[in-house]
Write a protein that binds this ligand. Structure first.
Ligand code: PA5
Length: 441
């Protein structure tokens, strides 16, 4: 197992008996995910997705290699679960300073915000580059990606004329939605998002795998890591099942008033793992006036901003720290003859070891300040460990949501802003709400 949960730093805040007390509820939750008898049972396709998707991987790889050959840039259009998973994995493997080129296209994102400046600059950026578009929307009706797609499709047509449609891949529902209609009408190549897989649990479908493969990441190794974790998390014993253990600890802390969880990461290129995780847990658990609020920090950067609050602010926070043992690249501190900066005591050390010392020091300081710390030890960043980690968080989220007593697979609260926005923008059918909102604007 390359992912291990170290929970010694929560034991001053909860004890082993609190953990034991929740083991039955976690076990029941895990069984419900497998028997498909719990809330949201129609959206449990993700549990076996890493295996079920295997037959589709050769087509995904084929399309990806065509894109790699012909594009300097792949624009992924999507929002929420339709882009965060791909971005989390791709950025975990990307270089900090990369120049896009054919054979190894840069993956960039659109339709995850409604900034006119962002999308205008994106089109300007594409001006001298060959690109493909992967537009992803399960419902096929989400406003943000729909707007971005209309803009980028128009731009692509101005660049590629009749051959534009070969450069657009749509990933969507098999029957419904405007995107499905557009794809059929224009003969786009399509990938289907299974009916029983919700957006934020769709990373191991073509939603995540096509962009990930385009970035040159080995999707089979990624899926093998997920499969390994799927096997491990079948166990009904929390000491053998890391997803159960994590779900139990966070619920035990929540029951003691620790209502905010911060995902802590020390490796900049992994920051989108936290963004993906926030969406997964926020949309799955935050309902019926319940749920742990998921936040994230990048240390040591944020030790110089949010560190103060975590150390001494309102005591309702716990942290989950990703501790990566070995970095893929590193740099050694050399001796300086003058030592004017006083850093010679670090000479001979790898920078990652200094980073890990910061991690150890911070865990101890925050625990002393009253912030419990769960540490997730990961051996290294590779396809297999990232696949394991993603599946681990998905499984723990399902278990944790059931333990909390909510349906982790719906997101009814997301509709409220959309309805108001449609009313404000004057969309047909929203006239009554528009009138109601008028006096409040
Ligand atoms: O997890 C979810 O279901 C959501 O975050 C969706 O992924 C997001 O709202 C985008 O929806 P769609 O793929 O239908 O455009």
């Amino acid at each position: 197992m390359s992912l291990v949960i170290d929970y010694k730093n929560v034991l001053g805040f909860i004890n082993e008996s609190d953990i034991e007390a929740l083991s039955e509820s976690a076990c029941t939750a895990n069984k419900l995910l497998h028997s498909k008898k719990g809330l949201g049972r129609d959206f449990l396709g993700w549990v076996s997705l890493p295996e079920d998707v295997l037959e589709e991987t050769s087509r995904i790889k084929k399309v990806a290699s065509e894109i790699r050959e012909n594009a300097e840039v792949l624009v992924v259009i999507g929002i929420g679960g339709s882009y965060l998973g791909a971005r989390a994995v791709i950025e975990s493997f990307s270089q900090a300073f990369e120049v896009p080129k054919k054979g190894s296209p840069q993956v960039i994102y659109a339709g995850h915000n409604m900034s006119g400046a962002y999308h205008k600059e994106l089109i300007e950026y594409l001006n001298d580059k060959d690109f493909y578009i992967n537009v992803i929307s399960k419902s096929g009706t989400t406003t943000e990606p729909a707007i971005a797609f209309r803009l980028l499709k128009e731009y692509a047509e101005s660049r590629y004329g009749e051959t534009t449609n070969n450069r657009i891949i749509a990933t969507t529902d098999k029957k419904q939605g405007a995107l499905n209609t557009l794809a059929k009408e224009n003969n786009y190549r399509t990938f289907i998002i299974p009916d029983n897989v919700g957006g934020r649990f769709s990373l191991f479908s073509a939603v995540g795998l096509l962009p990930i493969a385009c970035a040159g990441i080995d999707i089979i190794a990624l899926l093998n890591g997920a499969l390994q974790m799927a096997k491990e998390t079948e166990s009904e014993f929390y000491d053998k099942n890391p997803a159960m253990l994590y779900a139990i600890i966070r619920n035990a802390l929540y029951n003691k008033g620790f209502t905010n969880e911060i995902m802590v990461n020390y490796i900049p290129r992994m920051s989108y793992i936290s963004e993906w995780w926030k969406q997964l847990y926020g949309e799955s658990e935050g309902k019926e006036n319940k749920g742990i609020f998921p936040a994230s920090v990048n240390f040591s950067t944020d030790l110089h901003s949010l560190g103060q609050y975590i150390q001494e602010g309102h005591r309702n926070i716990f942290e989950t720290v990703i501790n990566v043992d070995k970095e893929n690249k590193d740099i050694v501190m050399k001796v300086s003859s003058s030592d004017l900066d006083g850093l010679n005591y670090l000479s001979g050390m790898n920078m990652h070891d200094i980073n890990k010392s910061a991690l150890k020091a911070t865990v101890l300081a925050h625990v002393d300040g009253g912030t419990p710390n769960i540490i997730i030890d990961v051996d290294k960043i590779c396809e297999s460990t990232i696949g394991e980690m993603i599946y681990f968080f998905e499984k723990a989220c399902g278990i944790s949501g059931y333990m909390l007593g909510v349906n982790p697979f719906d997101q009814p609260g997301v509709e409220a802003y959309k309805n108001n926005m449609f009313a404000i923008l004057g969309k047909k059918g929203y006239e009554k709400l528009s009138k109601e909102l008028e006096s409040r604007l």
